[in-house]
Design a protein around this ligand. Structure first.
Ligand code: SF4
Ligand code: SF4
Length: 288
């Protein structure tokens, strides 16, 4: 099974819109929404959830009040200020689960507990299975959740013999995006012609180069600033990243988005749909 991750330096570049339109063109695939901090793919593909799994990752110190003798050692040793100096209660929002207080408590009153930090869904869409997730507000470890989502999507795809896994990757250059691109066959970078979009492209290109993953690029809404688009084109050429297409700004995309519909499906003959169709053709030749 070939794996493609679509990424962008930040949100709002049209990454998820492109993923859902590519899913329509690919027809028969497995999808994974690895943008677990702000998942949106489900809004466009309307998946039917078949199975929900609890995701546990963050550790939290829990106190057994019946054993506590109020010695205050836990407050002294906690460098995250997670233990109240008054009643030695643990603040769940400050506790980093380092376990130091657990080790130091003379009465064994403290223990670490894995906390539920999200949910992972196995779903079906009209284009094939989709694995997606929901990270609880305030939870971290989204890199770990991204890995779980990917793993489950690969498992599903192998089980039903699919040829393609299309991943809606996480934005940025941190741990979640690295989890969504490592080991894939191809990264598709979606950028836009703005100064911030361009600098994000440069930062992510370094990450992709470091991991030696073949990369292609798309400039979305290229005509809203043709000068910056041209700079991006030159940068891509210098860095040997193939530009597989430029997508023009179109109100049709916005209108379709508003109705949770796909422009390539509703407006097949439009200029923007033809641009996306051509991008898909070029991607296909790169993953053969
Ligand atoms: S170190 Fe243990 S016994 Fe002492 S206050 Fe903390 S929980 Fe209670
Ligand atoms: S587990 Fe670490 S962060 Fe949490 S209360 Fe104990 S010492 Fe503080």
């Amino acid at each position: 099974m070939k794996k493609i991750t679509v990424i962008s330096g930040k949100g709002g570049t049209g990454k998820t819109t492109l993923v859902s339109n590519l899913a329509y063109l690919a027809e028969d695939l497995v999808l994974a929404d690895c943008d677990v901090d702000a998942p949106n793919l489900h809004l466009l593909l309307n998946p039917e959830v078949e199975e929900t799994n609890i995701f546990k990752s963050n550790k939290l110190a829990i106190k057994d009040e019946s054993k506590c003798i109020d010695c205050g050692i836990c407050n002294e040793v906690c460098r995250f200020n997670a233990v109240s100096p008054v009643n030695y209660e643990i603040d769940p929002y400050k506790c980093e689960g380092c376990g130091v207080c657990v080790e130091m408590c003379p009465e064994n009153a403290l223990s670490l507990k894995l906390m539920e930090t999200g949910e992972i869904y196995n779903s079906t869409t009209r284009f094939g299975p989709m694995v997606h997730a929901n990270l609880k507000v305030g939870s971290d470890n989204s890199g770990k959740l991204v890995s779980e989502v990917r793993e489950k999507a690969v498992e599903k795809g192998n089980k039903i013999d699919k040829d393609l896994l299309l991943i809606d990757g996480s934005p940025g250059i941190g741990c979640p995006v690295i989890s969504s691109i490592t080991g894939v066959d191809l990264v598709l970078f979606v950028t836009e012609p703005s100064r911030s979009g361009f600098s994000d492209l440069k930062r992510v290109a370094q990450v992709i180069e470091h991991f030696e993953i073949p990369a292609l690029a798309v400039i979305n809404k290229y005509d809203i600033n043709k000068d910056i688009s041209q700079e991006i084109v030159e940068y891509l050429k210098e860095n040997e990243i193939e530009l597989v297409g430029k997508i023009s700004y179109s109100s049709l995309v916005v209108e379709n988005l508003r109705n949770a519909e796909l422009v390539v499906e509703q407006e097949k003959k439009s200029k923007v749909s033809q641009e996306i169709i051509n991008i898909w053709k070029k991607i296909k030749t790169n993953i053969k």
